[in-house]
Design a protein around this ligand. Structure first.
Ligand code: PMP
Length: 443
């Protein structure tokens, strides 16, 4: 009966929102990987020390901190520090423009700094126009529904990020999933679908959108962009590219996978990216033809109902682009790109040499080392922490259930000494946890 205290445990919401019901393994892993950061997440990061009580249930702080080599943060170009050309830009913008913009683009949130960063990014991406949003996740989830509707067809890579999947679902479009990074499978599914009608409307599709990522954050794969552009052109459909992990991180001037493959950015209808990784800021952007971006400005829920990006975060983006494109008059950007590429190639090659199984392309700074078992990944990261190395343990639902992995994100700021020290520790931890699933490659 309603109000009966004995019924408390059977309420409609049940205990599903109660964190104490989170499973034990997750608790153990957060104990290791989710310790609060108490400094700048650069190549080295400070973590608050904590321990789990005797029952393995409650986490307590010791009051101490540990410095670890950071392989977890998306600090690809090492811009997270307030140093070099980025120094003081954010502080100057706070003084001049404040922290909050107080409205959406369509109301009173459209400041001169937004117009300026839109242009900066459009020029950097080599497209006609761009528009920024205060959150990367929302840039996808809010804008895909503005681009397609229930009469449309979406072809989405099987491993696309949750923000893209959310966007696809919210759009109501009929969504078909193709094999990871497989343009041929994408084409097959597209051709079959175009022979029929939309199951949602019973009519011919009004639009077709292919959605891919530049670098897949759990696989380290670099997208086969030329093949997807060929499919897009052959069937005259739209191509949406999420460059969250590739912008700044690949290409000689960090311009992402289009520059990496030598493709024309104008062949990609929507160049989406986040500002949380290489730019070390926060937010997301969409770039493309002027008419597409104007359409987004006018019709996206994000520009109508969401507040605009904060000025200090914009300052960080402006400075990062200045450096990456070499317009600051220094060689820092080019050097950063070179050292990130060198680190990525070196680290992956050395891991393979030692018999670890690693996924992804040689040039990708995202390096997943396969442990397969979720329990093993937790133990692995815990033991790495004893060597003062912070790694991210990833399991279901971010990966398939039996494909847990340790995911390394390399930075231009990691030195060769850092990497050699990490490799030595990895071999030791690999032996302790029996994690050699690859073939030793001598080169
Ligand atoms: N797209 C991809 C491919 C991502 O990996 C992420 C987050 N890592 C996002 C979008 C969301 O970006 P943000 O974390 O900046 O909100």
């Amino acid at each position: 009966a309603k109000g009966d205290p004995r019924m408390k445990d059977f309420s409609p919401l049940g205990n599903s929102f109660d964190a104490t019901y989170t499973d034990h393994i997750y608790r153990q892993s957060t104990d290791v990987v989710n310790r609060p950061i108490s400094g700048v997440p650069g190549a080295i990061v400070r973590l608050k020390d904590r321990y789990t009580d005797d029952h393995g249930w409650t986490q307590k702080y010791t009051g101490k901190e540990t410095e670890v080599i950071n392989l977890g943060s998306y600090n690809y170009l090492g811009f997270s520090h307030r140093s070099g050309v980025c120094a003081d830009a954010a502080a100057a913008y706070i003084d001049k423009y404040g922290i909050n913009c107080g409205g959406s683009r369509q109301e009173n949130g459209n400041h001169i700094v937004h117009k300026s960063v839109d242009r900066t990014l459009a020029d950097y991406l080599r497209v006609e126009d761009a528009v920024v949003f205060p959150m990367g996740f929302a840039t996808n989830s809010m804008n895909i529904p503005a681009l397609v509707d229930k009469g449309s067809l979406i072809l989405s890579d099987r491993l696309n990020h949750a923000s893209l999947v959310t966007g696809c679902r919210l759009s109501g479009a009929h969504t078909m999933v193709f094999r990871h990074n497989d343009a041929k499978d994408c084409e097959r599914k597209l051709r079959d679908a175009l022979c029929g009608v939309s199951p949602k409307t019973g009519e011919k599709y009004n639009k077709v959108l292919i959605i891919i990522e530049g670098i897949y954050s759990m696989e380290g794969t670099i997208v086969d962009l030329p093949s997807f552009i060929a499919v897009k052109k052959k069937y005259n459909c739209y191509l949406f590219l999420d460059e969250a992990h590739s912008i700044g991180a690949v290409g000689p001037s960090g311009r992402g996978v289009a520059e990496y493959w030598g493709c024309n950015p104008k062949d990609i209808d929507i160049m989406m990216g986040t500002l949380t990784k290489s730019f070390a800021s926060a937010g997301g952007y969409m770039g493309g033809a002027k008419k597409t971006i104007d359409y987004i400005r006018r019709y996206s829920a994000g520009t109508c109902y969401g507040v605009t990006m904060s000025p200090p975060l914009i300052a960080q983006v402006e400075r990062a682009v200045l450096i990456m494109s070499g317009q600051d008059g220094t060689d820092i950007g080019r050097q950063k790109a070179i050292s990130l590429l060198d680190n990525s190639r070196y680290f992956r090659k050395e891991l393979r040499k030692r018999g670890f199984l690693v996924y992804g392309n040689n040039d990708s700074p995202v390096v997943p080392l396969m442990t397969f078992y979720i329990t093993k990944v937790v133990e692995f990261s815990r033991r790495m922490l004893k060597h003062n190395i912070g790694v991210v343990a990833v399991g279901y639902p971010a990966t398939p259930l039996l494909e847990a992995r340790v995911r390394f994100c390399l930075s231009a700021d990691h030195t060769k000494e850092h990497l050699d020290y990490i490799l030595e520790a990895l071999v030791q931890v690999g032996e302790e946890t029996n994690t050699f699933y690859g073939t030793k490659i001598d080169e």
